[in-house]
Write a protein that binds this ligand. Sequence first.
Ligand code: NCD
Ligand code: ZN
Length: 344
Amino acid sequence: MHLTITRPDDWHLHLRDGAAMADVVGATAAVFARAIVMPNLQPPVTSVGQAIGYRKRILAALPPESAFEPLMTLYLTDLTPLDEVRRARDAGVVGFKLYPAGATTNSDAGVTDFDRVAPTIEAMERCGLVLLVHGEVTDPTVDIFDREKVFIDRVLDPLLARHQGLRVVFEHVTTRDAVDFVRASPPRIGATITPQHLLLNRNDLLVGGIRPHNYCLPVLKREGHRQALVTAATGGDPRFFLGTDSAPHGRSTKETSCGCAGCFSAHAALAFYAEVFEAAGELERLEAFASFHGADFYGLARNQDQVTLVKDPQVVPSSYGFGDDEVVPLRAGEEIKWRVERVD
Ligand code: NCD
Ligand code: ZN
C-alpha cells in the first residue's frame, strides 16, 4: 500500500548543535522540506546574529544536494531588545519562542515577567512575527499534569486578550483543554501536535518500569487527552498542524537519576503520523495536517514536491549516533508500519 502526499514541513524541531546536530539533521532533511528550528541551545539563540550563524552551521551539515530550509526562531528573554524584533523580521526569522523560565530543557533564560516583555510582543505583532509558546506554568505548587491547563487560564488567555493582533502557535498541545481552547480561538491561533502525544499516554511512561525515552515535556497525559489530540489532528481543522518536537538527548543524559525531557522522533516522524491517521481511518487527511495547514498559518508557500510512503513494517534501530554519545529513538527496537519510499 502506497500513499503519496505533498512534501511536509516540521513546524517544531530541535536540532542541537555541533557534531550531534550533524548526526540528526539528515533524518529530517530527507523527508521534510522545511523545519522551524528551536532556539534553546546553550547559550540560547537570542539575537539575529546568533540565528544567522546557527543557520549556516545547519546548512553546512547537510548533504550538498539537499534543499532543506531551516526556518529560524529567536529565544525571547526578559531582556530582548525592542530593535531585535525588526532586525529579526528583516533577516527572515519567523518568530520568537516563549519559554516560561524553567519550564523545560534549557529554558532558564526564559520569560519571568510578562509585563516586561509586553512592548517586545507588541513589536512582534506590528512586524507580523509569530509567537511560539511553550504552554506550561512553572509554579511549583501546580501539579505537572495540570501545568498546560493552568497556563491557558493564567497566561495564554490574558496574553491573547492583551495582544489582539498577535499570531500565536500553542506548541505541542497535550490536553483536551488545549484542543478545546484552540478550537474556540480565532484563526490567528494555531497549534502543533507531536507524534508521541498522538501515539502514547502516560502509562507508556510509567507502567511496568519507568521509560526515560518516553519522557518529554509537556509530559504524556492520560488516554482521554490522547484521544482528543487524535480527533484534533485528524479532523481537518486548519489550526492544527505537524510539529514533531523531535528533541534528541544523549542516552547517558536520559538513562540517569535525573533524566532530560525530550523524545527523538525524526528517524520516523512522518511514519508515526501516518500510523495515527490510518488507525483513525483518516489517512486522506494526513496531507493537509502535514503539508498545508502549517504553511498556510505561517503565510509560506506550500511545497511543490511529493513524498511517497509505503506500508512496509520495519524494526526501529536501538540507537543512532549522536556526537560522542548515542540517541535512543522513539519506539527503539519495535516495529513501525510505514516508511518513506521516495521524494520527488
Ligand atoms: C525539548 C528539548 O529537549 O529541547 N524537550 C521536550 O521534552 N520537548 C524542549 C521543549 O520543547 O520543551
Ligand atoms: Zn520543543
